[in-house]
Each structure stands twice: as structure tokens, then as C-alpha cells.
Design a protein around this ligand. Structure first.
Ligand code: ATP
Length: 218
């Protein structure tokens, strides 16, 4: 690094956000505090290759993200994946971000524990460490160890014990965060809406209002 001031860690959080909920917002807000980042960019994805198509449209999912973060200066939104017509693999987006930021900028991608467990099925999943760190939020109901001894050894070989290391190198570390466990999933929210059950404590009020106004997940 040539600058006298070390670059601040930049963190992105990708997801289908169908819809965005407190299970996204609360752990990631706590994570920012835990590791000392002041900005997290939410990146709604389009046509996720390993998942069924979202129920809400791309524009509706993006709008719900905007509404959810309207009063939270920690967050911003980047809709670059929604602009693409082809499937947006996470590695492609992170390589693009790395190209934009240069080699020295510490860059991280946030995932939940369930995503870490399936990372080996992602397109070039492990290559992510060549361009960013992985920050993993705990999620209730998911194992904290990986499936095979080989996967677990890979995890341990890249694990960062202390958050400070994330700021000191541009990529290559996995950080298992000590974030609060929040038992909320978008699947559950969609099912509750289908059955006409309340979702008041699961999403921000403005998101609930939007879902009602657009009759989403009914
Ligand atoms: P679905 O139920 O439709 O699979 P989801 O609730 O898992 O959706 P996504 O938008 O797919 O939400 O998740 C984006 C990211 O947020 C993923 O990396 C996922 O692991 C993480 N995540 C989602 N919910 C939680 C939660 N309650 N706690 C921690 N991480 C979460």
C-alpha cells in the first residue's frame, strides 16, 4: 500500500432479498460493529444460478431493500447484478469489484452460515478468497463445521481469529463472526404471507407496507 492511511475494509452483502428481513439486517449490523466497518453495500442478485426464481420482481426486491435501509446510514445498495441479463455468479461480481478497487483495498463479502456450508457447490466458490474475505454470520439451525474433513481443513487454513487481520490484508480470510442468532428466513415469511399470518416483527414496517400494497407472497 502506498497511501499513509490504510484503506478501510469495504463490505458487500449479496442476497435474493425476497424479501429483505431482520435476519439479514440485525446480524449484519452487529457484524459491522464487531469488525469496525462503517459502510455495508447490499447487493440484490438476479436469477441466482443455484436457486429457484424469486417470487417478487427484481425491481420489487430492490425497492424493499431501499425501504429497509432508508433510515440506516450504515447501508447502501448496489443494483449492478440486477442490471445483468445473464446469471450473476458471485465470483464474477467480486472480480469486477476487485478490478475497480485495485489490488490493495481490503474487500469482504458477507454470507450466512448456511451459505458457507454450500460454498463448495457455488460456481468457483473457493476462488472468492482470491479477491475478497468472507465474513460469515451465525445462523440458527446450521452446523458450525463443514461437511468433510477436507472442507473443514480448508476453512481452518483460511480462518481469521481476529477482525484486525481483515483490515490488514486485501483478501484471503474467512471470519466467523459472533453475531446474534436470528431465526428469520425469507422462505418462512413467504409461507406466512401465503397463509395470511402476520409478519410484523420479521421485516421493517416500510417493507411490510410495501408487501401489503403490492399484494406480495399471497
Ligand atoms: P430463503 O429463505 O428464500 O432461502 P434467506 O432468508 O436465506 O432466503 P437470502 O436473501 O437468500 O435470504 O440470504 C442472503 C444472505 O443472508 C445469505 O448469505 C444467507 O445465508 C444470509 N441470511 C439470511 N437469513 C439469515 C439469518 N437469519 N441469519 C444469518 N444470515 C442470514
Amino acid at each position: 500500500m502506498t497511501s499513509a492511511t490504510p484503506a478501510k475494509l469495504i463490505a458487500y452483502f449479496g442476497g435474493t432479498f425476497d424479501p429483505i428481513h431482520y435476519g439479514h439486517l440485525r446480524p449484519v449490523t452487529a457484524l459491522a460493529d464487531e469488525i469496525g466497518v462503517t459502510r455495508i453495500t447490499l447487493m440484490p442478485n438476479n436469477v441466482p444460478p443455484h436457486r429457484e426464481q424469486p417470487e417478487a420482481t427484481a425491481q420489487q426486491r430492490k425497492r424493499m431493500v431501499e425501504l429497509a435501509i432508508a433510515e440506516a446510514p450504515l447501508f447502501s445498495v448496489d443494483d449492478r447484478e440486477l442490471q445483468r441479463v445473464t446469471p450473476s455468479y458471485t465470483i464474477d461480481t467480486l472480480e469486477t469489484l476487485r478490478g475497480e478497487m485495485g489490488d490493495d483495498q481490503p474487500l469482504a463479502f458477507i454470507i450466512g452460515q448456511d451459505s458457507l456450508l454450500t460454498l463448495h457447490t457455488w460456481h468457483r466458490g473457493r476462488d472468492l478468497l482470491n479477491v475478497c474475505h468472507l465474513l460469515v454470520c451465525a445462523r440458527p439451525g446450521y452446523r458450525t463445521t463443514l461437511d468433510t474433513p477436507e472442507q473443514q481443513a480448508w476453512l481452518e487454513a483460511h480462518s481469521a481469529e481476529h477482525a484486525a487481520a481483515l483490515h490488514a490484508q486485501p483478501h484471503g480470510l474467512i471470519y466467523l463472526a459472533h453475531t446474534p442468532l436470528v431465526t428469520i428466513s425469507a422462505t418462512d415469511i413467504r409461507q406466512r404471507r401465503q397463509k395470511g399470518e402476520p409478519c410484523d416483527d420479521l421485516v421493517p414496517p416500510a417493507v411490510l407496507h410495501f408487501m401489503d400494497a403490492h399484494d406480495l407472497y399471497r
